[in-house]
Write a protein that binds this ligand. Structure first.
Ligand SMILES: Cc1ncc(COP(=O)(O)O)c(C=O)c1O
Length: 446
């Protein structure tokens, strides 16, 4: 057994942590470690300040270490560290659900809690399939996702997802009966569009073709992110989401929006469904719900879907699904505090107010070396770089490293795209700082 003294004396060893979605070997040769954060910034242990241009992982919408959220979590840990929500529960779970439902589009009232976006997606898919079965349409099990979609890493999520690298190792284990819409990106027609591109609403019509192939009687749901975030910030073409909604409604297929990134303010509204004026039947959330402070995710579905599922003898579980940590007290306390901060500090309004300035600043990077496209949606942006001759992804990876080590900025990269999505407490000064630093980073990898 290792004594406390031995533990303390162990040199800092990077070998044991098998890092998620990270080039482990490269990271461990030149680690990027932060040890503290406040507001818009991270700090390294040697005192360097780094602008967080990625809001953590698209989640720290209220900025880091917001005092109200920190004290809510601390107080909750002292009051009720844990209570299950199987059979017994606690008041904050109901309060958090009511607060989320109040932000959701009208008619979407029932909130199921998970601990992550991946679990939220798998839960949404299961709710959709269970709903049709209870309604006596048990053949409706097929799910339609989209190329370049990211829906987390559960088996359901990678099955409906459209990222080859996440799928290829597990192809024989994916859930059967899944089909995919084409993605909505066409650089030739859409490059440097500001916000939603004019071109591409017709990509939604592919849903009609897929329905002709499989028949609506076999299809439970279609799931899309309103904006494809993880594959490089692909804003929905104008009219696309509405067209998907119309086709799904006409064929009695459920429409699921994956709002794990877009939820809680990224578009200047609580959810992209409200920004776009298109109401899904159910949607997922995670990340910003607690401003990234405590893991939490969930699904919001139509009230009548919940009521449909309430079948059978009253002492029997109606929907056999849930997690030990669904509605964890610390997560609920963090979510309520985060929603208080969003409301009281008008952070969604701040995002909306600054969107024009954000757009102008981001598009000022057009013309820098190797910038082949800039995409923007709400307070997110993707800057796509031309690949180096020696390998796809190398230039963006070099940008990530240069940002961290040399230019005081943390960005997210995916493929050859630098994705930026600052906390919603940002100001005009932060936008200027972000774009100046980004310009230096892009020039440094030319
Ligand atoms: C749209 C979307 N869905 C699901 C997920 C998965 O969330 P998590 O990493 O919390 O499992 C993500 C994560 O980035 C996401 O962007």
């Amino acid at each position: 057994m290792t004594s406390a003294l031995q533990t303390a004396a162990t040199p800092n060893d990077l070998s044991n942590f098998f890092m998620p979605f990270t080039a482990n070997r490269s990271f461990k040769q030149r680690p990027r470690l932060v040890s503290r954060a406040a507001g818009m910034y991270y700090y390294t242990s040697d005192g360097r300040e780094l602008l967080d241009a990625a809001a953590g992982l698209w989640c720290s919408n209220a900025g880091h270490n917001h005092p109200r959220i920190v004290s809510a979590i601390q107080a909750q840990a002292a009051d009720l560290d844990y209570a299950p929500s199987f059979n017994v529960s606690h008041p904050l779970a109901f309060q958090a659900a009511s607060r989320i439902a109040a932000l959701a589009p009208d008619g979407l009232d029932s909130v199921f809690f998970t601990n992550s976006g991946s679990e939220a997606v798998d839960t949404a898919l299961k709710i959709a399939i269970a709903y049709w079965r209870v309604k006596g349409q048990g053949a409706k099990t097929r799910l339609i996702g989209r190329e370049r979609g990211y829906h987390g890493i559960g088996m359901g999520g990678i099955s409906v997802g459209g990222i080859m690298a996440n799928r290829k190792q597990f192809h024989s284990m994916m859930i059967p009966g899944v089909d995919h819409l084409p993605h909505t990106y066409d650089r030739e027609k859409q490059a440097f569009s500001r916000g939603c591109p004019e071109y591409g609403a017709h990509f939604a019509d592919e849903l009609e073709r897929i329905i002709q192939l499989h028949d609506a009687s076999t299809i439970a749901a279609v799931i899309v992110e309103p904006m494809a975030g993880s594959t490089g910030v692909l804003a929905p073409p104008k009219g696309y989401l509405k067209r998907l909604r119309d086709i799904a409604t006409r064929h009695d297929i459920l429409l699921i929006f994956d709002e794990v990134i877009t939820g809680f303010g990224r578009t200047g509204a609580p959810f992209a469904a409200l920004t776009e004026g298109v109401t899904p039947d159910l949607f997922t959330f995670a990340k910003g719900v607690t401003s990234g402070t405590v893991p939490m995710g969930g699904v919001v579905c139509r009230k009548d879907m919940y009521e449909t599922l309430m079948q059978g003898p009253e002492h029997v579980v109606e929907f056999c699904h849930g997690y030990t940590y669904s509605a964890h007290p610390l997560a609920c306390a963090a979510a309520i505090a985060a929603m208080d901060v969003y409301r009281d500090e008008k952070l969604f309004e701040n995002a909306s107010r600054l969107e024009g300035k954000w757009q102008d600043a981001i598009y000022s990077l057009q013309g820098l070396p190797n910038v082949i496209d800039i995409r923007q949606y709400g307070i997110t942006a993707g800057i796509e770089l031309a690949s180096r001759p020696d390998g796809v992804g190398k230039r963006a990876y070099a940008a990530l490293e240069a940002g961290f080590h040399d230019h005081g900025i943390v960005v997210r990269t995916t493929g050859e795209t630098i994705a930026v999505t600052p906390p919603l407490i940002f100001t005009e000064k932060h936008i200027d700082e972000l774009v100046t630093k980004l310009g230096k980073v892009i020039r440094s990898v030319a």
